[in-house]
Design a protein around this ligand. Structure first.
Ligand SMILES: [Zn+2]
Length: 162
């Protein structure tokens, strides 16, 4: 396994819409392993493949209290309800965080790394906004795009990293 370089804003790869994964081949499996290692070393919560320079629809998430890594291939948000305010940071925008509006609940459909269909529902928790944040990455969207005139980007020493 290898630790990959995390691309930071304003690298154009972060604005690239990632392509669907069509084959779960050796390249993709190795990429997933390397993304998990990169996430661990960066002490992040979530990572999208375009953050490590590969424009494919792959996301890895590990919540602070969880041992298990959630691997989402070709993830789609199938339902969102409500709104809530959350504080987010991003591995591609180091040293900053901001409070933004996300959905209250999020339902996601994806494949796992073996091609099995999975559905994840998250309500009012870190997984909910993390799944939205990472799927946004695959569409070339950064959390800072949601800042309103009154929201402020704050400089921090450490932050929740997605
Ligand atoms: Zn991010």
């Amino acid at each position: 396994m290898a630790v990959l370089k995390i691309h930071t804003n304003p690298d154009p790869i972060l604005r690239t819409k990632a392509k669907k994964v069509t084959r779960l081949d050796e390249f993709v499996q190795k990429l997933i392993d390397n993304m998990i290692e990169t996430l661990d070393v960066a002490q992040g919560v979530g990572l999208a493949a375009n953050q490590v320079g590969v424009p494919l629809r792959i996301v890895v998430i590990r919540l602070p209290e969880d041992e298990e890594v959630l691997v989402l291939i070709n993830p789609e948000v199938v339902e969102k309800t409500g709104e809530r305010r959350v504080i987010e940071g991003c591995l591609s925008i180091p040293g900053y965080q901001a409070e933004i509006t996300r959905a209250y609940s999020v339902k996601v459909k994806a494949r796992d790394r073996h091609g099995k269909l999975i559905r994840k529902k998250a309500i009012d928790n870190l997984l909910a906004n993390c799944m939205e944040h990472e799927i946004d990455h695959l569409n070339g969207i950064l959390y800072t795009d949601y800042l309103s005139d009154t929201d402020k980007l704050l400089k921090v020493d450490s932050n929740p990293k997605e």
